[in-house]
Design a protein around this ligand. Sequence first.
Ligand SMILES: [Zn+2]
Length: 215
Amino acid sequence: MRIADNIFLFDGIGNSSNLYLMDNQLLVDTGLGISFERIIGEIKEAGLQPEKIKIILNTHCHYDHIGGNNLFKKLTNADVYALEIDAENIETGKNTFYELFGNNFISSKIDRKLKDGEIIKTKNYSFRVIHTPGHTKGSICLYEPKKKILISGDTLFSDSVGRADLTGGNETELINSLKKLQKLDTELLLPGHGNFKKGGVNGLIKNMINFLEEQ
Ligand SMILES: [Zn+2]
């Protein structure tokens, strides 16, 4: 589904994460891998060329976001990016919860270990990496300041927040991360699961912080 200029969402079915493709260059998250063939078909139907993807980026180490890494890597030979803190988990399987999703763990090598504040450029976009721990230690969001787009992984959804009770999660860190996101001017929210959200993002973040702080 086309969401904005050169930004496409490919739906994660079942437990799989959403996949976002920017400028046919940057793929954010790869789902569980079980719907790989379907997603490749959808990418082609959208008039795009999946083999031309240059970067595969994981928002965090959970298996529902990284399970398709190897399949996409084989097709594209793209570099795989993740924040350095979650990279080791993605390579070893630790804290990825692959068994919860009924999968065998398939390791994927992280080619580039990102740091907070790095910029990832595609043809039309320039995304800043924002370290947002809370759901996992190495969770990241991507922010595009000119187009006011926030890709939020499992830190923030269009009507809720990610769980902080799994290993590596921390509710205080999640609240602090949401406060970081609150300072951004966001018009389009692209979360790791569920619907995207146009407008009202700062109000949503405010409500989520209040909700967590009242618990
Ligand atoms: Zn997750």
